[in-house]
Design a protein around this ligand. Structure first.
Ligand SMILES: [Zn+2]
Length: 253
């Protein structure tokens, strides 16, 4: 199990459970739980805080007000984040910088980084859809298909405002944007037909055993020789131009 390459700062917390187990059961990642950190911190500040605090708290990732992402608990381990071991065993938890008061708004950079991180987490864990099921009961009992990832929120597991109303009003946008990004057809740049450069050189031709030099034009793998050259060199045709009809005239000799 890998960690996100988007996390440019890594300072691991000691507050986690090894592996993704809870109640003797091991889980695979099929949830993402975004939180509000209640402070406009940088990702580094958040990681430094979780590495040094005495509180039994952590998260897998922290996103700062400038959109910087820090790794706090490796994805292969269960963070202590959502007041629910059962949720955290299967969720990648993400603490996001936010205002300190209701509605705990994120900066646009933080929200954009959250979208990017969710896309990356889904891709690395083989998911094609990020689902937001607003009804708590339905969401918690929902059994995701192998290619589905489900969003959950801290307020479902504890009497908290987390992740704040600002994000709650954008959970559907978060889910839809990530799903669209995951399914965006990789558009190949249209290949324009590159025409071979025309090459003009002199070459020799054998005609009835005699060598003649003619001008050769090579284009798209075909050799062209001017009719007038055949006239001049080989003397087998007369080539002229009819000015009235605007047509070349070719006569055999
Ligand atoms: Zn929370």
């Amino acid at each position: 199990m890998s960690n996100s390459p988007l996390a440019k700062y890594k300072r691991l917390s000691k507050k986690y459970s090894s592996g993704r187990t809870y109640n003797h059961k091991t889980y695979k990642i099929d949830r993402i739980t975004p939180h509000c950190i209640v402070g406009q911190w940088t990702g580094k500040q958040a990681a430094d805080y979780f590495a040094t605090t005495d509180r039994n708290a952590s998260c897998n990732y922290a996103i700062g007000k400038n959109g910087d992402i820090a790794l706090v608990v490796e994805e292969k381990n269960r963070s202590w984040c959502s007041s629910s071991g059962a949720n955290d065993a299967r969720a990648v938890t993400i603490e996001c910088a936010s205002d300190t008061t209701h509605p705990y708004a994120f900066t646009q950079k933080c929200f954009t980084a959250l979208v990017d991180l969710c896309v990356d987490i889904c891709e690395r864990n083989g998911k094609k859809k990020l689902l937001w099921i607003p009804n708590r009961t339905k969401a918690i009992v929902y059994s995701p298909k192998p290619d589905e990832m489900v969003l959950t929120v801290h307020r479902w597991f504890a009497s908290k405002a987390c992740p704040g109303d600002w994000l709650m009003q954008r959970m559907n946008i978060l889910a839809d944007t990530v799903t669209q990004r995951l399914n965006k057809q990789k558009i190949e740049p249209k290949k324009e037909k590159v025409e071979d450069d025309e090459v003009v050189d002199k070459t020799k031709v054998l005609f009835n055993g005699k060598e003649f030099e003619v001008t050769r034009i090579m284009k798209d793998g075909v050799n062209y020789v001017k009719l007038r050259d055949l006239d001049d060199v080989l003397g087998i045709v007369d080539v002229d131009y009819d000015n009235d009809k605007k047509l070349p005239i070719i006569k055999s000799k």
